[in-house]
Structure formats: structure tokens, C-alpha cells
Design a protein around this ligand. Sequence first.
Ligand code: S3P
Length: 436
Amino acid sequence: MSHKEARPGTFGASPPLRGTARVPGDKSISHRALMLAAMARGTSRIEGLSEGEDVRATAAALRAMGVPIEREGGAWTVDGVGTGCLLQPSGALDMGNSGTSTRLLMGLVASHPITATFTGDASLSRRPMARVVEPLRRLGAAIDSSPGRRLPLRVRGLCPAIPLAHRMTVASAQVKSAILLAGLNIPGITRVIEPVPTRDHSERMLKAFGADIRVEGEEILLGGEAELKPQLVVVPADASAAAFPLVASLIVPGSEVRVEGVGMNPGRAGLFHVLREMGADLSIENEREEGGEPVADITARHSALRGVDVPPALAPSMIDEFPILFIAAAFAQGITRTSGLGELRVKESDRLAVMAEGLRAIGARIEEQADGLILHGTGGDPLPGGGRIDPRLDHRIAMSFAVAGLACAAPVSVADMSPADTSFPGFEAMIEGLTR
Ligand code: S3P
């Protein structure tokens, strides 16, 4: 991906935030919608697709493999080619910052008779790929990777590949989904055994597209050589994006912010449970189902938060929300303890180390452990602020410290807000819009 210019941001003590925040479509669901629509035969329409850089990387890669994808009047159309019909791309597939694009597309390619090279930015090139390389090799794909099983890497698919029975060794919806996507073009039954449940967007959407998929306890069974039917997919608002304006509203006195149509998949909604335990005034209303996913409207009002011990078992259901939870905890009364979060060290950045460093820089009292942070909150008082944060190409770090700045005494400067564009284009304008 071409080198982008840094976009510095400064975030200082804010007047009350008020109004309805618009947030992008769910990033996880958007990737899957493009990929399953590509595997269906015929034209699918996707409404509310995330237009962040990560999802655009998926769309560009699918186009490079012969799938026509267009934006038409606010919606997206995908002329699906059918399972098994991806074409050989002529150049490397640039995944930018996106782990989900990389791992899921590696799965799709693994059972196609094509070879694809995956490249990415400096952050993505540091992230571990062994977790997906190993199972995809077992189904017959040949994969050459850079040292440490990292990007750049090349996947030579096998067709027909061998149906896999894979027991998950790490709680990862990306790995699970990579195997299921590979299984779409493999004769026989692909089985994934998932002892620790993770977001089940893939399973829900595969069902909606007409795949032969069953979930029996811990086991997911998918019939291969699938003939998927094109669909209208309506993507809910991204809960992980909604978390930023909602937490901002909890920590800035006098605020009341609403986000409508937020995806509430049980594999994603852990943050809202923890915030309620912390005493957050959160109304979750109009709970309904849209496009096979639970959604709700959420309103957050400024609250006196209390520190809590976050049960490690909740981690998979809020794995992307710890950076913003740490910010909320830094303003709570008392101590918040988190543990079991080793996975945060291999996200877009080492989120335990980078959050610890940044929180110290704005005057928070924290202790970094091997697998979590312990935070001593201010009891609702402003933090000193004034620090300068390097978000290390991590969108959620940039947005978390932007939110923190709104409740600090001195402005917080974020060296580069451009990583926010991977998942939340227009983030700074959204925050500003809530203060007018
Ligand atoms: C995602 C799964 C999670 C999450 C990521 C999106 C997905 O990653 O952190 O942002 O869409 O499946 P892991 O599967 O690595 O936990």
C-alpha cells in the first residue's frame, strides 16, 4: 500500500457530546458479505457495507481474482462467479492493514486452482499467520511464507482439496472462517471444532446464502461444493466502532449519545455487559433481528463508572474493545483488572504495551502484566492528558486516545489519526458533530 501522510489530531476537554452518531457498517460482516457474494452465482446487493480501507482491500482482491464489484447509489453489487471460479490474480494482493482480509482470503484461495501472493503494511507484516497456514496446508494448499510464518506469503491452492476436521487451538473467528471458506469448494464435509465460541457471522451468513451448514454443540459442519444463491445483505452498524462515541459519552460530563442499528451478535457484545457492570447508564432498545443478525439501538449517558474484574471468559466477545474499555476504566472509581488477553499482543499493534505506554503518557496509573492491564481509575476526575501518542498503525489505539483526550485536562495529541480510516473513515468529523 502506498505510503500515507500522517494526519495528526489533537483532542482536548470537550463540551457535552449530544445526538445520534453515525458509525460505519460492521467490518467483520462486510468482509464476509463480499466474499460469500463472490462465491454465489449471480448478483448480490450489499447495503451498509463498511467503506473503510480494510473492506476496500477485500473488494480489490476479489476484483483482482475476477469478481465484478461496483458501488451503485449507496449500495454495492457483486456479480458472483460461483465457488471454484476465482481467477488467477496477475499481481500480489495488497491487504493493507487488514488481518481479516488476509486470513479469510487465504482460506478462499486455498481450495481454488490458483496461486496468490499476499502483502501488507508494516503492522500486518508483523502479525502471526501460522494459525491459518497450518490448517490450510493440511487441506492441501502449498504455502511459502516469510520467516516466522508472516507476510508476504504465497498460497498455491489445491483443487480438489481435502476436507479438513480442525480443532481450534486459538479462539479466532478469522481462523474458523478461513477453514469454512476453503471448505465451500472442497468435496465432502469440512468440520471445525470450536471449544471457545467466537463471533459466528460466517456461520449465519453461510446459512443465509444457502450453504449446507450445521452447528452441533462445539462442532460446525459444512457441506462442500456449495452452490450459493445471491442475496440482499443489510450490514448492521459496527458495534466495535459504536464503542468509541458511546464510551466518549460515558466519560464526558453532561453527554448523551445514541447509535442506532448496532450489531449485537453475542460474539461481539461483551463490552456492553462489562460497561453495565461498571455502572454505565446504557439503554439498549428496539432489540430486533436484521439480515440474520441481532441489532439494537444504544444510548449512553455520562456515568459514574466503577472498576471491575473483567472475566477472561468474556474476552472473545469483546476482543477488539479492550483499548476503549481501558480508557473507560481509567476514569472509573477504583481498580479494573483484566487478564487472559495474550491475543491483544498480536493485533494491529501490541495493544497491551501500546495502551500501557499511552495511558502513562496521559497520566493514568496502570500496571502492565503479561496478559492484561490493571488500571487505577480517577473516580471520574479528568486525567492530566498532554501526552503525545504514536498509534503504531493501529486504528483502535488512535481512536481510543482521541476519546480519552475529550475527558483530559490538557489536550492529547495523536501523532497520526489516519489509521482510523481502516475501519472508521470520518471518525474525527463524527466526534466533532456530537459537540455542536
Ligand atoms: C475478526 C476476528 C477477530 C477480531 C478481528 C475481526 C473477524 O480476530 O479481532 O478484528 O472478522 O473474524 P481473531 O479471529 O484473530 O480473534
